[in-house]
Write a protein that binds this ligand. Structure first.
Ligand SMILES: Cc1cc2nc3c(=O)[nH]c(=O)nc-3n(C[C@H](O)[C@H](O)[C@H](O)COP(=O)(O)O)c2cc1C
Length: 135
């Protein structure tokens, strides 16, 4: 089992309704591939955790990386794990409400991780992304 974390830059200005549409089709496909995780988006960035078997992560992340809705897809970490952080979410979704158009990727990640309400998940993901001051 593996976990993969990445950040990317949206090609267009996002809003939660538009991203929800992307998430609902992602959920269907993730169910078929046994992928769980969560997506956080802001006006101009995406931050996503993918969890699943290595081959399934390859397939899904391979498609995600080529998706024209974003660019500069930067993998922040990939690791083996025995347990999932989000065993029941085929793709959770959280919105980080801040205009981060001109934010550099580090600041964008910090902002999106802050938007995760669940303390354990926020701590786990900030450690994984190596933003220790948020943990
Ligand atoms: C930020 C972002 C996150 C995405 N997350 C997922 C995901 O978790 N699972 C998934 O199947 N597709 C996800 N997609 C959609 C894929 O990029 C792609 O459109 C979808 O897998 C269909 O791929 P295909 O056109 O090669 O069949 C995401 C797209 C974006 C832009």
């Amino acid at each position: 089992m593996q976990q993969l974390l990445y950040v990317s830059v949206a090609r267009t200005r996002l809003n939660p309704q538009a991203v929800m549409q992307l998430v609902s089709s992602a959920r269907r496909r993730n169910g078929l591939h046994g992928i769980t995780g969560t997506l956080v988006s802001s006006r101009y960035h995406f931050f996503q955790l993918l969890e699943g078997e290595g081959a399934d992560i390859e397939t899904v992340f391979g498609a995600i990386r080529q998706d024209p809705r974003h660019r500069a897809v930067l993998q922040l970490g990939r690791r083996h794990t025995l347990t999932r952080l989000l065993p029941d979410e085929h793709m959770g979704y959280r919105w980080a409400d801040r205009d981060d158009r001109n934010a550099h990727l580090g600041a964008a990640v910090t902002n999106m991780v802050r938007a995760i309400g669940d303390d354990d998940l926020r701590v786990a993901l900030s450690r994984f992304a190596r933003i220790e001051q948020l943990a």
